[in-house]
Design a protein around this ligand. Structure first.
Ligand code: PGA
Length: 245
């Protein structure tokens, strides 16, 4: 097995309920966690539920530790209820909630400081791809995070999510995705050769059971960040299984 154990993360966004969690947990317990790691990221209120060993992640985090920040949830609180991961800088947070590269970098630091693993999302819009700016955008987004970390953490995970592929049914081709993933890895390697090679880089954007196996078989695609298909137990389990070598 490669040093990079495949990771498949379900991002429920503003969807789901206790019942879905209750159905998802036993399904994911059938997976061999040494072969494929799976994580569920339901809305905050469900994170305190006992998932019997199935890993949980949050969809966002406060950049502050505590204080007068109405509506926010801190890393320490997420850790206290048994979270392992935090999705940071999802394109919906960037576009709809004003999260700039600087805010994303602060949230990555807050995640690591709490002992949690950030899944840092990067990706270009359709317009940026059409005007050939894909790698400039990705490079800026990755460096904004890497430049403020005191050291390269072995807990980092990145996710390449082309904005035009999220929730649209349009998936990047394996070649398009692999090209960006390879580039992200080169950037990471420029910070630390060994850790750049072992950092997992997930693909996200309209991943389904029909396309996941091919995507995950690419050399630098180490799993997926799944939106819509993570709300269907059978589909999500199939996607997790397709990450097995
Ligand atoms: P999608 O969403 O799988 O529904 O395209 C992916 C994501 O936003 O993480």
């Amino acid at each position: 097995m490669s040093a990079r154990t495949p990771l498949v993360v379900g991002n429920w966004k503003l969807n789901g309920n206790r019942e879905l969690l209750g159905e998802m947990v036993p399904a994911l317990q059938t997976l061999d966690a040494t072969q494929v790691e799976s994580v569920i990221c339901p809305p905050f209120v469900f994170l305190a539920e006992d998932t019997d060993g199935v890993q949980k992640g949050a969809q966002s985090i406060a950049s502050q530790d505590s204080g007068a920040f109405t509506g926010e949830v801190s890393g320490a609180m997420l850790r206290e209820v048994g979270c392992h991961y935090v999705i940071v800088g999802h394109s919906e947070r960037r576009a709809l909630f004003g999260e700039t590269d600087e805010v994303v970098a602060e949230k990555v630091k807050a995640t690591l400081n709490a002992g949690l693993i950030p899944i840092v999302c990067v990706g270009e819009t359709e317009q940026e791809r059409e005007s050939d700016e894909t790698m400039a955008v990705i490079t800026r987004q990755v460096k904004a995070v890497m430049d403020v970390l005191p050291s390269f953490s072995d807990s980092l995970v990145f996710a390449y999510e082309p904005v035009w592929a999220i929730g649209t049914g349009k998936t990047a081709s394996c070649e398009q995705a692999e090209e960006v993933h390879r580039n992200i890895r080169q950037i990471l390697i420029s910070y630390n050769h060994e850790l750049g090679n072992t950092t997992r880089i997930l693909y996200g954007g309209s991943v389904k059971p029909e396309n996941s196996k091919e995507l995950f078989s690419s050399e630098n695609i180490d799993g997926g960040l799944i939106g819509g298909a993570s709300l269907k137990v059978d589909d999500f389990l199939q996607i997790c299984n397709s990450a097995l070598a």
